[in-house]
Design a protein around this ligand. Sequence first.
Ligand code: ZN
Length: 257
Amino acid sequence: MDESGEEHSMADDTPNLLCKVDEGIKLDREIVKVVVGPNQQTFIVHESVIRSRSSFFNAAMDKNWKEAQERSIALPEDDVNTFHTYVQWLYTGKIPCQTDRRPLGYLALARLYGFGEKIIDKTLKDTVLDAVVACTFQANEQGHCTFPMKDTVKTIYKSTSVGSPARPLMVGMYLAHGNEQMVSEKSHLNHKAFLQDLSRALLKERVLPDNAKRKFSQLMSGTPCSYHQHGEDEPCNSQYPHRKVVVLKLKPTTQAE
Ligand SMILES: [Zn+2]
């Protein structure tokens, strides 16, 4: 009820502006030291904040653990910039950008997603994927839309396992916007599992173009010379140049390879 006696739903009116009192950040006196990276950069964070979303940090600050007793958590293998971004997001609910015009960058977002996997923070991971999608709608300085490239895809795949929703997002973006230049000719630069996911998705989603249909129907009546190595002016020695057309019914197989 408001002053006029009318009832209002807070969620419906201003969903991004207001929250319930018990949903706000609880800033108590307890602080925790988090020491990040090989150079041991120290961050001071409220215990209630660092424990609020992550099962990893919540468990680390359980009173039975050394970290809780020493009020210090060591993350020697993690990236300082990524952790800094995480803390900013924890306190503000926003992922900071490099500048007004340029978003944080796909690779930095992919690292943040990987960090979310490690510390088991589902809200962070969902937010990062939203940010990745949002970035694709922001034009770069040349006025073009951008998409995650191989390093971002690799980082996402390396930090996730089968079943992670970040993987089909990468595949979906390539299905919708990709071209052959987005897959490197140097095979070691592509993530193997991503290429498998992408090729399977392409086969599943494909609509055969007319030239492919023509080739397929040619194969039904014998191998066309375009697959042979003899020259155009040399005779074709194929045993099956005019095989009778047999209509094959192709069934998808479920057999393991
Ligand atoms: Zn031939």
